[in-house]
Design a binder for this molecule. Structure first.
Ligand SMILES: *Cc1c(COP(=O)(O)O)cnc(C)c1O
Length: 673
């Protein structure tokens, strides 16, 4: 299955950026895969063509990702492997707080910023613990959206100044837990998301003789664009409409709880691509905040929710995989707009809370997977048989015509003489090849061609296609290539087999067409000569990666290298630290991958802080209620019966049982070699 370049020569392919036919540097590789755009400041390339990680961003220190993977493999951590860089997590926190600190200074904002991390973005213990630990210096808090997340947040967040924002549907037990947590010295804010929570909160407060800090989530009229745009507006799942909000204030007032109403919350959806939308939402929420203080609520906090977007494709545009603003723009707009809303009315500007999940947790994890092999249509040209059928001879002649194509008038400098005329010859030859291939298929169906002959016809057709693609690649930029011929390199694209389940490790690519940067970790200083996409290990035709970042759009094929026999080809999927891990499922019983937490060490190098082993086959079987011991026992009995009847030797039976036992202990992915 290994892709072999039939001629062994390095040939450029169409659609390649900048460099001339033979020169290609690591910088070209970085530009091709957008590393210098979406990767800044954490990912770059070195002159060995390896991806480098700068886990502390601009603060110095870097790791060669290829060397790191080699060394982790030496520790028996096989691919696919999720590498989490906790320094990046900390750097993201630092950047977020620095941006708000700058904005607050610049606009002379009298309040402060106090962020929280929405636990739903990544509930992994080591991740939440790291964020709580790193966030202490800013009293960074947590946001919970369910009872289980509340339990995580309550147990991990022990800073009395940090906020614990309680969102999501709430029953009486959820509410009482939050109220009692206040006595534990936590700062839970119960955010009213549904009108029917109001009587429950009132009843629970009266029963316990204590109230929580109360927040209200407003349903804004401002609609976000993009995938999560419907998170707001009249039909939004969460939040109170203006009439409900007013009724809620009145009910709280009558119950004597208005004095505990401290926070206004809104969330207009994840990945807000367009800053203009955010500004509208901020104005609307700012106005509601002012009105709430007029109605007698003490208030004090405005929570602007999540939505701070990631520039997955590095295009800096208001498109789905990008955003048209920077972190600093975001902080400036929040601070300036809220101030503008409050000051004219003499209302003290609130402490600002945000619940940025994606913006904090995306960068820190890199999923590394290996390519097991590749299949391509074009391969070697078959030897001519002694008495070849006419159809095959026709195809051979066509291939020769294509190969000798410059004879029809291409100049030595790569420009075409009477360019379109010259290229028309190629088009004509390709039409012939397709006609002969169809003839071959018809002849096979009618019994005139054998299966090996049909196989040779296909090989010759793809050799024609490859030969044309090679000619096109050598043409000068802008040559008038006919549309049909332009499509040929894509026709020749290879399928690269990835040791991965997208359903487990990149579920958003399948479920919501999310784009993530994907690129080889090595050979970036070599021009990639293939176009390809990835097929994963699952027996599901949706199990593929076939959409790649392309500056504000998406492309179906990625530039890749020919595989070299015996040499690994490692890919990285980047910016996937948010949401992916928990959304992943056990389709085909592929389980979680191995995961490691890496920290830069004080004296250079790195340390492995935590190792989280991936699911074993036994574990995924148990998840489906199968009993691995019982399964083994059944097979042992079957093998005894086979030994007794003489069908299986004792040595082979032992070998079989050993394979079964060790498979149960291994992860669910393929072992190399
Ligand atoms: C999901 C969610 C967030 C996180 O959104 P990001 O876009 O990841 O920042 C914040 N707040 C609420 C209420 C959410 O539901």
């Amino acid at each position: 299955m290994v892709l072999a370049d039939p001629t062994g020569t390095v040939r450029p392919r169409p659609g390649q950026p900048t460099a001339t036919a033979d020169a290609w540097s690591a910088a070209d590789g970085a530009a091709l895969y957008g590393l210098d755009r979406w990767g800044d400041p954490y990912f770059s390339v070195n002159d060995r063509g390896h991806v480098m990680v700068q886990p502390r961003g601009d603060h110095g220190g870097s790791l060669d990702l290829v060397e790191l993977v080699e060394q982790l493999q030496g520790r028996d951590l096989s691919l696919p492997l999720l590498i989490r860089f906790d320094d990046i997590l900390e750097d993201r926190l630092e950047r977020l707080h620095a941006a708000f600190a700058r904005a607050i200074a610049q606009y002379g904002y009298p309040g402060r910023y106090q962020g929280v991390f929405p636990v739903k973005c990544n509930q992994q213990r080591h991740v939440v613990e790291q964020l709580v630990e790193s966030g202490k210096r800013w009293h960074f808090g947590l946001e919970a959206g369910s009872k289980a997340e509340l339990l995580i947040a309550l147990s991990l967040l022990d800073d009395p100044e940090a906020l614990l924002i309680c969102n999501g549907y709430k029953d009486r037990r959820y509410i009482e837990t939050a109220i009692l947590a206040r006595q534990l010295g936590r700062q839970p804010v119960v955010v009213i998301e549904q009108a029917d929570e109001v009587p429950r909160i009132i009843a629970a407060s009266h029963a316990l003789g204590a109230a929580p800090l109360i927040g209200i989530r407003a349903k804004l009229a401002t609609r976000s664009t993009g995938r999560w745009g419907s998170s707001v507006g009249e039909r939004a799942k969460f939040g109170l409409s203006v009439p409900d909000l007013l009724a809620c204030v009145e009910a709280l007032d009558q119950a004597g709880l208005l004095g505990d109403l401290r926070l206004l919350h809104f969330h207009i959806g994840s990945q807000i691509n367009d800053i203009a939308v955010l500004k509208d939402a901020l104005q609307e929420a700012g106005r509601i905040y002012v009105e709430l203080t007029r109605l007698g609520a003490p208030m004090g906090y405005l929570d602007v929710g999540g939505g701070l977007a990631i520039d997955y494709d590095g295009s800096r545009t208001a498109t789905a995989a990008s955003r048209n603003y920077s972190l600093q723009n975001y902080a400036n707009d929040v601070v300036a707009t809220v101030r503008e809303c409050c000051e004219p009315h003499g209302v003290t500007p609130p402490s600002l809370v945000s619940e940025s999940g994606r913006a904090i947790a995306s960068h820190f994890s890199v999923l590394v997977f290996n390519v097991l092999g590749a299949a391509a249509l074009a391969g070697s040209v078959p030897e001519a048989g002694a008495e070849e059928a006419l159809i095959l001879r026709n195809l051979r002649d066509t291939l020769e015509t294509i190969e000798s194509w410059p004879a029809h008038g291409r100049r030595g400098d790569g420009t075409a003489d009477r360019a379109s005329g010259g290229l028309e010859h190629l088009q004509e030859a390709w039409n012939d090849a397709l006609k002969f291939r169809d003839d071959a298929l018809a002849a096979f169906r009618l019994g005139y061609l054998s299966l090996p002959e049909r196989g040779r016809a296909e090989q010759l057709t793809w050799a024609c296609c490859q030969a044309i693609a090679d000619h096109l690649a050598a043409l000068a930029e802008g040559a008038p290539v006919p549309e049909e011929l332009r499509a040929l390199p894509a026709v020749l694209a290879g399928t690269y087999y990835a040791n991965l389940s997208v359903f487990r490790s990149a579920p958003d690519t399948w479920a919501i067409d999310q784009l993530f940067p994907v690129l080889p970790l090595q050979r970036l200083h070599e021009r990639p000569l293939r176009l390809g996409s990835f097929a994963d290990l699952t027996c599901d035709s949706d199990g593929k990666l076939a959409r790649f970042i392309d500056r504000g759009q998406a492309k179906p094929l990625l530039e890749l290298h020919d595989l070299r026999p015996g040499e690994p080809y490692w890919m990285g999927l980047f910016l996937g630290g948010a949401y992916q891990e928990v959304m992943g499922n056990l389709h085909n019983l592929f389980g979680s991958t191995n995961a490691v937490h890496i920290r830069l060490a004080a004296g250079g190098g790195y340390q492995v802080d935590h190792v989280v082993r991936g699911d074993t086959n036994a574990e995924v079987l148990q998840a489906m209620e199968h009993d691995p011991d019982l399964l083994l026992e059944r097979l042992r009995v079957a093998s005894e019966a086979a030994i007794a009847s003489g069908r299986l030797g004792i040595g082979d039976a032992r070998r079989l049982m050993a394979h079964l036992r060790s498979s149960l202990e291994q992860t669910t992915y393929l072992e190399e070699g």
